[in-house]
Design a protein around this ligand. Structure first.
Ligand SMILES: [Zn+2]
Ligand SMILES: [Zn+2]
Length: 344
């Protein structure tokens, strides 16, 4: 099979490889759609602490079952499936207290990191993922749409922590793929007004098309704008989806007293953000970090995508063959693409 392997920052090579072998409790999937992700871009530019190159990267994918391990139930050859990139161990401390997204052993079975990824014609689904986080693709859902399952499951997780009440003013910082998914999910949760800030006019236009009630240029004092929409209070819920220390700071500034700030975007490792202590203390803000997803989030994400309550297809701005993977990642880097669908 052809696979795109990451060697070191800036080096991905397209190579001919053996089709993966599977064990008795695993699945082999022939990929039909693989999506680029910000994490792939970070890996390409800087490497990743969990990656042991050479490694096939890519973890947002959907395809058709090619082989089924003899002990696997509920799946058969020819079935169209999608899976998350990980699954919890169900036995560590965090799994036992129900925080499956914080599982201490997620790294052990992580497609695109510790397990070969999906920038390839075939991908092996490890047993833990087969058992907990693999689904048949429902009728009416394309492979490309289904491949949003993993990133959207993370958004569903963050959306739950945001705890949006009907009518809320929700401020989303960042209109990349994650911010655009949060925008739609906030609407689905009954938000009254969703305001989105970004620096890219193209992305803001898309946010408007996907349901944002108002879009703001992030360079023009968006906090003042948000306060202006709420009698000077600030947003009920702020979702930070840009992943920069400055925007973490901004997120707190834009939250009203008693409101919730969801810090969703991961900043570069080692970074620290300054937080207005008075705003947090006297304003009784709830600050929530948000990371990854649980099997329940994955299940709910599939329901929301397949019922088209959240419309993921417009987020794919480019399509190209797997051999153009580096071109695709550069389009992501330059902010020209939201998501690129690669066909292996
Ligand atoms: Zn991803
Ligand atoms: Zn665990």
């Amino acid at each position: 099979m052809m696979a795109a392997r990451f060697y070191e920052p800036g080096v991905i090579r397209l190579e001919k490889m053996e089709i993966p072998e599977i064990s008795s409790d695993e699945l082999l999937v022939r990929n039909h759609a693989v999506l680029t992700c910000g994490t792939d871009l970070k890996m390409y530019l800087r490497g990743h602490r969990l990656a042991r190159p050479p490694l096939i990267i890519g973890h947002e994918f959907a395809g058709t079952i090619e082989k089924v391990g003899k002990d696997v139930r509920n799946f058969e050859v020819g079935m169209n499936v999608v899976s998350a990139n990980s699954a919890p161990c169900m036995s560590c401390y965090y799994c036992r207290i129900g925080k499956h997204n914080l599982c201490d052993r997620l790294d052990e079975v992580l497609i695109g990191f510790s397990s070969p990824g999906a920038y390839a014609e075939y991908v092996r689904l490890p047993d833990r993922i087969v058992r907990q986080n693999t689904y048949r693709i429902p009728e009416g859902l394309s492979f490309e749409e289904a491949a949003f399952l993993e990133p959207f499951a993370c958004v569903v997780h963050g959306g739950e922590l945001a705890n949006i009440s009907p009518g809320d003013l929700v401020f989303v910082i960042g209109a990349g793929p994650i911010g655009l998914l949060h925008t739609q999910l906030a609407k689905a949760h009954g938000a009254g007004t969703v305001v989105v800030a970004d620096t890219s006019p193209d992305r803001l236009r898309m946010a408007g098309e996907l349901g944002a009630d108002k879009t703001l240029n992030a360079t023009e004092d968006p906090v003042r704008e948000v306060k202006g929409l709420s009698d000077g209070r600030g947003a009920d819920i702020v979702i930070e989806a840009a992943g920069k220390p400055e925007t973490w700071h901004l997120a707190v500034q834009a939250t009203r007293k008693g409101g919730t700030t969801v810090l969703f975007g991961g900043c570069p490792s080692g970074s620290t953000a300054s937080i207005d202590t008075e705003a947090v203390h006297y304003g009784e803000l709830t600050l929530r970090g948000a990371f990854h997803h649980t099997p329940r989030d994955v299940f709910r994400a599939l329901q929301l995508i397949s019922s088209h309550q959240v419309n993921v297809a417009p987020l794919i701005t480019h399509r190209m063959p797997l051999s153009d993977v580096e071109k695709a990642l550069r389009l992501m880097q330059n902010g020209k693409a939201i998501k690129v669908a690669l066909s292996p």
